[in-house]
Design a protein around this ligand. Structure first.
Ligand SMILES: [Zn+2]
Length: 395
């Protein structure tokens, strides 16, 4: 029987909550729901139930999570990180698939129900990482959704072979095509966007481009992306990753570029900015841009930080944004969960009837408390099935 009643939970309003799930979806939710005779029952022990977390930007193939500590090996800039990783990755002690799967499984125990992972491709290794991640996607079936981005880390003009590799990656099963800082990585805005959007158009996939470039250059890039998304009718299937320039733009520039993103249906994913400016999340949401969150690098050649926990990411984003009020912490949680479900095309995400039954429970007085304290995840439920309990995967 696919039905199950989760009782003795608390909802985000603090009140009692029961959730009846069936065929992977929420059938009924409320203080008291009627359930069929003999339905399987799970006691929530009075804990808070929250929508499943979504890691909307991660690099699973890069991670060294679970391996011996590697001190940060690169210099201070992007090109040094790229070349250092390229030099080291052949000597990493485990395959990208093993490393990716370990981190993903760990994140599931922390309440993550879906990932969008950028996956490197390069003439050095072709699309081997993408193929490995397709295997991970199969092995994660039932635990989490995994969307894959064919990511040309070194650009497509500077490394022209990457264009054919991106097309091959998409043909092999990548869900989206990626890009990176067309002006500074490739030195040619239109040339990179021609390749990225050409593949998106031919293969009918979405796009997700890393835009780290600061200042006017970054704004020019985002504006050009929005124009192409609008022209190709890719609304809801296009994302700008990071968009740090939006956090330092004049009010006028911000309104113009954010307005173009909203009209075109371009979402923004953030990991909180680190030392870079944080895009104004509330202002983006208020003009209609979907803002979601991801961990980005987790203990790899790019960063010693991260642990795969999207509840911690929600806290970091809230802290970085200067949020204090409970409703703002709830907004940060929404960015790390429900908004990601929307951006990833997972359909309705939450604890209302009809939503996919993806949620988790914690010992907390409310969402704000959960974001602040990041308590252990008691239950993680994916498509109505308990997949992790007290921090451990089941089965
Ligand atoms: Zn990234």
């Amino acid at each position: 029987m696919s039905e199950r009643l989760f009782r003795n939970l608390r909802g985000t309003d603090g009140g009692p909550l029961e959730v009846l799930v069936g065929h992977g979806r929420v059938v009924a939710a409320g203080p008291r729901v009627s359930a069929p005779e003999g339905v399987a029952v799970e006691d929530g022990a009075g804990r808070l139930a929250l929508p499943g977390l979504v890691d909307g930007h991660v690099h699973l193939d890069k991670t060294l999570w679970g391996l011996p500590w590697m001190p940060y090996p690169a210099g201070p800039d992007r090109s040094s990180r790229i070349e250092t990783e390229r030099r080291l990755r052949g000597g990493f002690p485990e395959s990208p698939g093993l490393r990716a799967e370990r981190l993903a499984r760990h994140a599931v125990t922390r309440g993550t129900v879906a990932f969008r992972s950028h996956v490197d491709l390069d003439p050095d290794m072709g699309i081997a990482h993408l193929e490995a991640l397709l295997g991970v996607r199969e092995r994660l079936a039932g635990l989490a959704d995994l969307r894959l981005v064919a990511f040309p880390q070194r650009g497509v003009v500077r490394v022209p072979e990457n264009a054919a590799l991106m097309a091959a990656a998409v043909a092999a099963g990548a869900d989206l095509v990626g890009g990176i800082d067309p002006l500074t990585m490739d030195g040619d805005l239109d040339a990179q966007l021609d390749v990225v959007f050409g593949i998106a158009e031919r293969h009918g996939v979405g796009v997700d481009l890393h835009i780290h470039d600061p200042g006017p250059g970054g704004l020019v890039e985002i504006r050009a992306i929005a124009e192409r998304v609008q022209a190709l009718g890719l609304a809801g299937r296009a994302t700008v990753s990071h968009g740090f320039c939006l956090g330092a733009a004049s009010e006028r520039d911000f309104e113009e570029v954010a307005g173009a993103m909203a009209r075109a249906g371009v979402s923004l994913v953030t990991h909180g900015g680190g030392a870079s400016p944080l895009p104004p999340l509330k202002a983006l949401r208020s003009v209609g841009v979907t803002v979601f969150a991801g961990n980005d690098d987790v203990r790899d050649a790019w960063s010693p930080f991260g642990n795969g926990d999207m509840l911690e990411r929600a806290m970091l984003i809230a802290w970085r944004a200067g949020y204090r009020a409970d409703e703002d912490l709830a907004l940060a949680h929404d960015v790390a969960s429900t908004a990601g479900g929307l951006a990833l095309g997972l359909g309705e995400h939450g604890l209302s009837p009809g939503c996919r039954a993806d949620f988790y429970t914690v010992e907390a007085d409310g969402v704000g408390h959960a974001v602040s304290a990041r308590p252990p995840r008691a239950l993680v439920v994916k498509a109505g099935r308990v997949v992790a309990r007290d921090g451990l995967l089941i089965g």
